[in-house]
Write a protein that binds this ligand. Structure first.
Ligand code: SF4
Length: 330
């Protein structure tokens, strides 16, 4: 049996609900350790998270386990949401990281900003919240200050470590009560709740799913970064990414210049990168796609283990679409 103390780990995402939970626990007199769990798909600038927490005199802890997350994502026990978001398993993963930190720091329970009924998958019902607790080995040791008064009493409340009367009964998707609470607690600097997780994005999920089917590419963090940008093609088994605008062209040059690429020789235009050195036929097809998206281009150049100039016509759209991953608008 856990001996309760006045130290807790708060799962922290940078959003308003988790920030409210940090402040509530601080105001209740707990030693509060906010934890941000980084994933390849939900990444935040930890410096700005730290800055956001500065007024509350707490120190942010950060954990990341990229391989562990990918392995969960490949085969989530509770399945995916609308896109490739395995929200229930993802929450179990976060809870487990919080449990690790709890054990490392001697804290005795975990706090989250979850609100009952707020999200369709992981916060849909109390039963699901309890399942997530159980699966992560945190049964009865998770306090949700924003919804606590409309949930069963936790051990922390039963034992009188946490005063239930000073917690809340917020439910559902509306944000009004959280905003009022933020105002009453003097919280001004917080993020808009929408978005943030790439796994809920349809286009990203299509590209990721295709990538996941190719084992050789998937365990590469850079590949996943690349999924955020460009038009994606699969040519003769080789993935090829072509920039959509000047910003992406710059990004590909700056962050992926170690990959074989096709670019315009003298004029401004798109750039395309292969994840690994392709055969000559494939390079030519890739160059023809780059030309399609580079209106001013004359000659192109391939830069890989060797360099050579390519003079080729732009590929027709119907053919381009045959190679495209994720549909015509991807
Ligand atoms: S939206 Fe993304 S980060 Fe949030 S629980 Fe779902 S998979 Fe995890």
């Amino acid at each position: 049996m856990t001996i309760l103390n006045r130290r807790c780990v708060v799962l922290y995402s940078g959003g308003l609900d988790s920030l409210l939970s940090v402040v509530i626990m601080k105001n209740l007199g707990f030693e509060t350790i906010p934890l941000f769990v980084k994933t390849p798909f939900y990444d935040k600038d930890t410096n700005s998270l730290k800055k956001q927490l500065e007024p509350f005199d707490v120190e942010l802890a950060v954990k990341e386990d990229f391989k562990g997350y990918i392995s969960m994502l490949r085969n989530p026990r509770f399945g995916y949401g609308k896109n490739l978001n395995p929200c229930i398993d993802c929450k179990i993963f976060f809870y487990k990281k919080a449990k690790e930190l709890m054990e490392e720091t001697g804290a005795s329970f975990v706090v989250t900003g979850e609100v009952l009924g707020q999200r369709p998958m992981s916060q849909r019902s109390y039963t699901i919240l309890r399942t997530i607790e159980k699966q992560s080995g945190l049964s009865d040791l998770v306090l949700r200050p924003l919804s606590a008064q409309c949930l069963l009493k936790t051990i922390m409340e039963q034992e009188g470590i946490v005063d239930r009367k000073r917690l809340y009964c917020i439910q559902g998707r509306a944000r009004k009560k959280q905003l009022e609470l933020a105002q009453s607690l003097g919280i001004e600097n917080f993020e808009n709740p929408a978005g943030g997780c790439l796994l809920t994005d349809m286009q990203f999920s299509v590209k990721l799913k295709e990538t996941m089917s190719k084992n050789d590419e998937f365990y590469n963090l850079k590949t996943i970064e690349l999924l955020r940008i460009g038009r994606h093609f699969r040519i003769d088994g080789f993935r090829f990414v072509v920039s959509r605008n000047e910003k992406e062209t710059k990004e590909l040059f700056e962050n992926f210049d170690f990959l074989p690429l096709v670019m315009c020789l003298n004029e401004p235009g798109a750039v395309g990168v292969f994840l690994k050195e392709p055969h000559m036929d494939t390079i030519i097809k890739g160059a023809s796609i780059v030309k399609r998206y580079s209106k001013k281009a004359q000659n192109l150049i391939f830069k890989g283990s060797r360099e050579f100039i390519i003079d080729i016509k732009p590929m027709r759209d119907e053919e381009v679409n045959k190679y495209r991953i994720g549909g015509v608008n991807a």
